[in-house]
Design a protein around this ligand. Structure first.
Ligand code: SF4
Ligand code: SF4
Length: 134
């Protein structure tokens, strides 16, 4: 089994195409949609995890290329220095996916599965303890 986080870009003409359904049916892969930004009538993008047998995921991504749907793989991720973090919560205010939240003890929680690697939290952190790792 393998899992890839990808961002799929839809042109105006591709918006109505049920591409994730096609990939599930053709290649037996699964999707975990993390974020969707679709402007009907213009364009959009979808951030999702695609998982399944290695070959199936590879074939599914090749299929996107074949049908002209553009995607990019996320090959970097967010890291936080937990020892230096002061739990001020500033990063949670800009996080669009809910990956960064405060718990009942006012401690920062980071759910990397929800992270879109948008990097907004890096700029928001007043003491620079969030970074991106390639
Ligand atoms: S990069 Fe930071 S702000 Fe963006 S989704 Fe991930 S944790 Fe949230
Ligand atoms: S903004 Fe920086 S210091 Fe504040 S909670 Fe987030 S990671 Fe910690």
């Amino acid at each position: 089994m393998t899992k890839e986080k990808i961002k799929i870009y839809y042109s105006k003409d591709q918006l109505s195409r049920p591409i994730t359904y096609e990939l599930v049916k053709k290649f037996d892969v699964m999707f975990n949609i993390l974020h969707a930004d679709i402007n009907y009538g213009s364009e959009g993008n979808l951030i999702t995890e695609i998982s399944g047998e290695n070959k199936n995921v590879k074939d599914a991504l090749n299929y996107l290329n074949e049908v002209g749907i553009v995607y990019k793989k996320y090959n970097k991720f967010i890291i936080r220095d937990e020892d230096e973090c002061i739990d001020c919560g500033a990063c949670t205010a800009v996080c669009p996916s809910g990956a960064l939240t405060m718990n009942k003890q006012d401690e920062l929680q980071f759910d990397k599965e929800k992270c879109l690697v948008c990097e907004l939290c890096i700029k928001a952190c007043p003491i620079g303890v969030i970074d991106v790792e390639l």
